[in-house]
Design a protein around this ligand. Sequence first.
Ligand code: NAP
Length: 235
Amino acid sequence: MRKTVLITGASRGIGKACAELFSQKGYRVIINYNKSEEEALKIASAIGATALKADVSNAAEVREMFALAGNVDVLVNNAGIASQKLFLDITQQEWDRIFDINVKGMFNCCQAALPYMINKKSGKIINISSIWGITGASCEVHYSASKAAIIGFTKALAKELGPSGINVNCVAPGVVDTDMNRELDTDTINALKEETPLGVIGTAYDIAKTVLFLASSGADFITGQVISPNGGIVI
Ligand code: NAP
């Protein structure tokens, strides 16, 4: 039977690439979006997916989305925001917002998806962290801390859910060419490429391929792991 994948933040970037690859592999795809309705509906119609709006930081909206989505076999917690600020300039609201979306959003979606997976004794959860959650990034303390939290969450949940036949893993991308990095100037991008052994910036599809693998039966024995497609910038 056709498996269902729900991908949060799939209106753009990495989430959109995941939606396209999962659809090519025959999954029933649910595209979550928050603000980019037009983009989400366009992708949904192009690949025959369903687009559902929900702010992942809002538990009630997430519950409503899962009620509409039905049973989900694979959950990809990809929705996220980033911002660059000197540590002392980060406001309480900015700190809370980044944790509400990047961490609580994942918590809300896992709580909504898990009753079905636990009952079925199978399921795959893939959480999108970042290399900055592993190494820390200057001027991104709030972002780095939220992405490190995703790694801790993944490892703990993997231990708890292993006996229920559910795999929980983390993908920690390096620098990827999406809207999130549009503000980086050419010099910064070139410096990042130079620092990267493979000499390139990643594409959204590079990351989506790793996510697709972790959702596949090829990854049945992998849980609680952090896989980092990053061109070698962090080894
Ligand atoms: P992006 O192009 O900026 O897209 C972000 C996506 O997240 C959009 O689809 C957006 O949806 C969604 N989103 C944001 N807030 C949301 C909310 N409250 N509820 C639901 N959806 C929400 O970013 P990206 O580069 O594809 O990043 C995807 C993930 O990869 C993020 O978790 C990011 O931290 C991580 N990552 C990215 C990079 C990189 O270099 N790009 C590197 C490492 C990790 P709407 O537009 O519809 O609101």
